[in-house]
Design a binder for this molecule. Structure first.
Ligand SMILES: *Cc1c(COP(=O)(O)O)cnc(C)c1O
Length: 349
């Protein structure tokens, strides 16, 4: 067996735990705790009855039409993926070759590093400032980056680089800038308006979090048509299946569902953040469906372990050059109350 040396040397991406049994309260991978729109279930039922014998539409035309209408862009500006991770893969394949450089902030989404390693490319990590703003070097042409990824809102912090800041970075960068808006629907602002002004800006979105469809696998990118044209060449021909296209189209068409769900998550997030602060946590104000926090007196890894023993799963994260902390997904109010009461016991022990 002779895998390419860069594949042999890499360890691969480790997703958050997905226990397949048991009655855990799962607050570790930013899934939405509420069921998707009933329109989604109807679309899935109709598709399973009629459309499975044939190959799906390779261009997800129905979805792109609906999404374009909502976002105010033509459907040639949209490309669909098997989850937004699929789009991040296409982007890296298209722009970053062996020995070239991919830029990302740190701490952020560690999958970007894995994607670079698959290409045999170098990763340049630019450390966030202590207040989660970006240093000027993120937009620099030094080191000849071929692609830059910016999760916005960022994970694990839930913080946002405002649109004018992103525009300025994109102006200065010598390469495309992928604004990963997996959590964009929970935020006060987004960067879709920048796409028409600058062909270097590419926005990606996911239906996993804000539309409660993590199990379905659907995401999309918004970019100028000449960018989409290049990306299409590296995608799997049928990267989105018939069921996911129908379900995702129905989900986007139900914007009233999205608005209600968003209102609920944001209200739970504000209450939960305030109560964590009461328990002595330092809580980073979040624009996503999770919160990042640290505690000045307790071990974060031990908090994670103790919650897990009590049947509550959260995410413990440790980053080189930064430190560690915990990230907790906004679940239902009952789930968050259960988490708060365990945390209260832990910090008062
Ligand atoms: C969850 C997440 C994704 C992946 O979304 P999928 O559509 O489920 O593949 C991408 N980027 C970030 C920052 C995420 O947190």
């Amino acid at each position: 067996m002779r895998p390419r040396p860069n594949i042999a040397a890499m360890s691969g991406y480790t997703p958050g735990e997905q226990p397949q049994v048991g009655k855990l309260i799962k607050l570790n991978t930013n899934e939405n705790p509420y069921p998707a729109s009933t329109k989604v279930m109807q679309a899935i039922r109709a598709t399973t009855e009629t459309a499975l014998a044939r190959y799906p539409d390779p261009h997800s035309t129905a979805f792109r039409h609906v999404a374009g209408g909502i976002l105010g862009v033509d459907s040639e500006w949209i490309l669909c993926g098997n989850g937004s991770d699929d789009l991040l893969t296409m982007l890296t394949r298209t722009f970053v070759g062996e020995g070239e450089t991919l830029r990302m902030p740190n701490p952020s989404y560690t999958l970007y590093r894995t994607l670079a390693e698959i290409q045999g490319a170098n990763v340049e990590m630019i450390r966030f400032n202590d207040d989660w703003s970006l240093p000027d070097s993120f937009g620099s042409s030094d080191g000849d980056p071929r692609l830059a990824f910016l999760p916005n809102p960022n994970s694990p912090s839930g913080t946002v680089v405002p649109m004018d800041g992103v525009a300025e970075i994109a102006e200065r960068l010598p390469c495309p800038l992928v604004v990963d808006e997996a959590y964009g629907d929970f935020s006060d602002s987004n960067c879709i308006p920048l796409v028409s002004a600058n062909s270097k800006v590419i926005v990606t979105r996911s239906l996993s979090k804000s539309y409660s469809l993590a199990g379905l696998r659907f995401g999309f990118a918004v970019a100028q048509p000449e960018v989409i044209e290049q990306l299409v060449k590296v995608k799997d021909s049928y990267n989105c299946d018939a069921i996911s296209i129908a379900a995702a189209t129905a989900a986007l068409a139900d914007q009233a569902w999205l608005a209600d769900n968003r209102r609920q998550i944001l209200s739970s997030r504000e209450r939960f953040s305030a109560e964590l602060s009461q328990l002595g946590f330092r809580v980073q104000p979040s624009q996503a469906n999770f919160v990042w926090c640290t505690h000045p007196e307790h071990s974060h890894e031990s908090i994670y372990q103790q919650l897990k023993s009590g049947g509550i799963l959260i995410r413990y994260m440790s980053y080189d050059g930064w430190g560690d902390g915990i990230r907790i997904t906004i679940g239902t109010d009952d789930q968050l109350d259960a988490c708060l009461s365990e945390l209260q016991k832990i910090v008062n022990a």
